[in-house]
Design a protein around this ligand. Structure first.
Ligand code: NAP
Length: 492
């Protein structure tokens, strides 16, 4: 029997509404390809209503005492914390990300993000500038106005929280467009937020990129654009921002290198590589270490251990606690990943180490399941080594010369993350300094932690968002006020 389809609304001005278009988007569970929910298919008119309400709300929200705004974020964090298992289940169902390895850690991080920014409200400080005894010159950190935020589906609630919490902390109001494929857990968090904030302070709209995202990016009353997604769409957002000279933050794609030196403990480092490649999120992560540069001396033994461990990952129902690895988000991404695998299989210079095309029969064929795949190739110039696949396809490249491997690591128009694995910390630090990426980790492959200024070099992005500095730079504007104290008294 097919499941009951739940009809959701979007949130504008504190109200739960349908789109003016009255159209809906169906939400499919990628693990079984069944439709289980609908959301409104927002259009330009909905964007307009949402932005207007956020513009009105800005007048009072921007004047709320920062301490009070911080307390509100802490209260939201507590409420999310109380409902985190329910939200984790929604994430697992709509994204296909496994509940134990991905969805629960994601919602725990969301609670941390709200708590982190809740504690920063007293840090919206300005400076005094020493211009002499007779001038008082100081700066204020002021909010920008209505933030237009657009997010993708791969870690939807975490990426939403990275924009909601700093926007609200700094006194901005916010209109966010959720990803078409994964709007439900973000809607749940937005619903929780509504209980704590006045109407219009945070509006969440649902719809497609072209019908809903684009009108938001071009809306004349938006004062700042904050976008997370692909580099291709990021360029469109930057163009929209350029029209009105708006500040813009872009968190974009990546093709991150992992460099393994021959002195590592192989068994331990293999686990690190699996983590860095985000195999348990089907590698649908912007920071996935998807180019593995393995020293020639350890190549064969390391790759064998890696393939053995990947083979033991349990792929299956995202809602089952036993599952390590869930599904790709949708048919479009699944087809794209399979095309890359076919390309690898057809390439004469390439050796397949493990994985391959997904099974056509059995339980895994019922959803968009793929299997961890590794190709060995000498070249860094090959399509699979250059393009962001956003699926569990790792390219392993042997290296011998340190300068050469750093050069290869930097031969990319991306520069989001990088991983260096060595027991020689001097080597590790030198490599970290030489790599052109916004975030380099040495001997760890973890995800982001609130407080670290996260963002990309090159075409991986612009601006930083995850930290105090990121919040101040990306969500406030600095006003300088200079007062001449040397004014003569009025003659009576
Ligand atoms: P995407 O296609 O760029 O979409 C991202 C968001 O933009 C979605 O909400 C999408 O709407 C919307 N959009 C699409 N076209 C638009 C347009 N013309 N105007 C305005 N909005 C538009 O990216 P994705 O496939 O969802 O996500 C994967 C990408 O995100 C990867 O490249 C990944 O590396 C990147 N990413 C980066 C970070 C980071 O922090 N650097 C984090 C996560 C993901 P729809 O939902 O309707 O498509």
């Amino acid at each position: 029997m097919s499941e009951k389809i739940i009809d959701h609304k979007m949130i504008i001005n504190g109200d739960y509404v349908n789109s003016v278009s009255n159209q809906k988007i169906g939400i499919e569970c990628p693990a079984n390809k069944q439709l289980f929910a609908t959301v409104p298919r927002g259009i330009k008119e909905d964007v307009d209503i949402a932005v207007k309400s956020s513009l009105i709300a800005f007048q009072s929200w921007s004047k709320v005492n920062p301490k009070e705004r911080g307390k509100i974020l802490l209260d939201i964090a507590n409420d999310i914390d109380d409902q985190k298992e329910e939200i984790a289940k929604i994430i697992a169902k709509e994204t296909g990300n496994a509940i134990r390895t991905q969805a629960r850690p994601e919602i725990n991080l969301v609670v941390d993000i709200f708590r982190y920014f809740g504690g920063l409200s007293s840090e919206l400080k300005g400076e005094t500038i020493p211009l002499g005894e007779h001038v008082l010159s100081y700066t204020r950190r002021e909010p920008l106005g209505v933030v237009g935020a657009i997010i993708p589906w791969n870690a939807p609630v975490m990426l939403a929280a990275c924009k909601i919490a700093p926007s609200l902390c700094t006194g901005n109001t916010l209109v966010m467009k959720a990803a078409e494929d994964a709007p439900l857990a973000v809607l749940k968090v937005a619903e929780i937020c509504q209980k704590h904030i006045p109407p219009g302070v945070f509006n969440l709209i649902t719809g497609t990129g072209s019908e809903c995202g684009e009108p938001l990016a071009y809306h004349p009353d938006i004062s700042k654009l904050s976008f997370t997604g692909s580099t291709a769409v990021g360029k469109l957002i930057m163009r929209a921002a350029a029209e009105r000279v708006l500040p813009v933050s872009l968190e974009l794609g990546g093709k991150s290198p992992s460099i393994v030196y021959p002195d590592v403990n192989e068994d331990w480092t293999v686990d690190g590589i699996i983590g860095a490649m985000r195999f348990t999120r089907q590698s649908q992560s912007c920071t996935a270490g998807s180019r593995l540069f393995l020293h020639k001396r350890i190549f064969d033994s390391f790759i064998e251990q890696l393939a053995n461990k990947l083979d033991k990952l349990i792929i299956g129902d995202p809602l089952d606690d036993k599952t390590d690895m869930g599904t790709i988000i949708n048919n479009k991404q699944y087809t794209k990943v399979c095309d890359y695998i076919k390309d690898g299989l057809d390439n004469k210079e390439t050796e397949i180490i493990c994985g391959g095309l997904p099974p056509k029969e059995g339980p895994l064929s019922e959803g968009y399941f793929t299997i961890p795949t590794i190709f060995r190739n000498k070249s860094n110039e090959w399509r699979l080594a250059k393009e962001e696949i956003f699926g569990p396809v790792l390219v392993a490249i042997p290296w011998e010369d340190e300068n050469e491997v750093i050069k290869m690591a930097n031969q990319s128009h991306y520069g989001l993350a990088a991983y260096v694995w060595t027991r020689d910390i001097t080597r590790g630090i030198n490599a970290a300094h030489a790599i052109e990426s916004g975030w380099v980790q040495v001997n760890q492959g973890l995800g982001q932690v609130p407080g670290h200024s996260y963002g990309g070099y090159k075409q991986s992005g612009l601006g930083r968002e995850f930290s105090l500095e990121g919040m101040l730079d990306s969500f406030t504007q600095r006003k300088n006020i200079s007062i001449n104290l040397n004014t003569p008294a009025k003659e009576l």
